[in-house]
Ligand binder design. Structure first.
Ligand SMILES: Nc1ncnc2c1ncn2[C@@H]1O[C@H](COP(=O)(O)OP(=O)(O)O)[C@@H](O)[C@H]1O
Ligand SMILES: [Mg+2]
Length: 351
């Protein structure tokens, strides 16, 4: 009898990687559940690509270990690991057609031509590339190139799919569509995925689990709901969504814009309806301020308010989403005095 398959497909244990005297990955530990979509989220330069390449086997860690499917990977080269990688710049072979790009890895693995052809057709079909097999990468749109890069990785049926900011070269509208496609493909294949991005919205919408990275270290890991609603540090709070830090009665709080309700000073709750998230009377605490400006986001107004007091060491305005109430455009003009009802707040250490 074989042992039961391990729960985690990738385990990083205290991984350290230096470039000369610069430490790019610092004592990083993370366990990636089998079949999960796990994201490394952090700003440019925090070590995401380095970590992904360590999993893929392009770099060995200076210390610590990489375990894949229960096996220590030390000394195992990339082509012998059960990983497929989609590089940020796709790294397609420009002088090869779509078909040849897809065939490449299968050839290296000496898969016979008939099986090769079948696999190519199946993969191309699943990614909507079936009519483009004769084209060269230069003759493909950005989205098609992205899918080809993905196809080249998944055609080898890796146990683990690694993706390095795969949507960053696409324009905003396409990025959204491809993002949804990516999620469907990952779910359909059930393939364990480690995804790298600096984009909070991508991370929140795609992931089962997010590892927030800061300067080579793991800042916080959890589900999207956990890291968004219960960030443990101001860095994690700031990097997972719009964040206000408000000092109140000696404590420092994270308050997301949608956790705030704004009111004119004279306003009473009765009969004021549509932008009310919570009845102001039930707010955790109340502050006062002056509208500094408002930004229109189409589906919501974001109102910037300069608080009269109680701001923990910062003069930056607090922002509040007032949701779908378009009347807010007139109600919250710059200079208007407002009451700020904080409906939800998380205590957080000062930055
Ligand atoms: N080959 C290298 N030699 C020296 N420094 C590097 C090298 N690759 C990356 N770095 C540095 O290591 C840090 C982490 O890089 P990287 O892993 O690419 O971060 P990210 O993908 O999060 O932007 C950055 O400060 C980068 O400048
Ligand atoms: Mg990178």
């Amino acid at each position: 009898m074989q042992d039961e398959a391990p729960l985690f497909d990738v385990e990083l244990n205290s991984v350290i990687k230096n470039y000369g005297s610069f430490r790019a990955v610092d004592n990083f530990s993370l366990s990636v559940k089998r079949g999960s979509f796990t994201t490394l989220l952090g700003p440019s330069g925090c070590g995401k690509t380095t970590l992904l390449r360590i999993i893929a086997g392009f770099y060995e860690p200076d210390s610590g270990s990489v375990i894949i499917a229960g096996k220590d990977q030390r000394g195992i080269p990339p082509e012998k690991r059960s990983t497929g990688i989609v590089f940020q710049d796709y790294a397609l072979f420009p002088h090869m057609t779509v078909e040849e790009n897809l065939a490449y890895g299968l050839r290296i693995r000496k898969i016979d031509p008939r099986t090769r052809k079948e696999e190519i057709l199946k993969t191309a079909d699943s990614l909507g590339l079936e009519d483009l097999l004769g084209r060269y990468p230069g003759e493909l749109s950005g989205g098609q190139q992205q899918r080809l890069a993905l196809g080249r990785a998944i055609i080898l049926k890796p146990r683990i799919l690694l993706m390095d900011e795969p949507l960053s070269n696409l324009d905003a509208k396409l990025r959204l569509r491809v993002r949804e496609e990516l999620k469907d493909i990952q779910r359909n294949l059930g393939i364990t995925t480690v995804y790298v991005t600096h984009d909070q919205e991508e991370a929140l919408s795609l992931s089962d689990y997010i590892a927030v990275m800061n300067k080579g270290c793991l800042e916080q890991a959890g589900t999207p709901q956990e890291v968004y609603n219960f960030p443990r540090t101001s860095f994690a709070a700031d990097f997972t969504g719009p964040a206000n830090f408000i000092g109140h009665e000696g404590k420092n709080y994270l308050v997301r814009p949608e956790w705030i309700t704004l009111r004119e000073p004279a306003a009473t709750f009765a009969g004021q309806g549509r932008d009310t998230l919570t009845e102001p009377g039930k707010a955790l605490f109340e502050l006062t301020g002056t509208v500094a400006g408002a930004d229109y986001f189409g589906r919501a107004m974001r109102v910037r308010v300069r608080l009269d007091s109680a701001v923990g060491g910062t003069a930056a305005p607090v922002t509040a989403d007032i949701g779908y109430d378009l009347s807010g455009q007139d109600r919250f003009k710059a200079g208007t005095a407002v009451r700020v009802f904080v409906n939800t707040a998380r205590e957080i250490e000062s930055a």
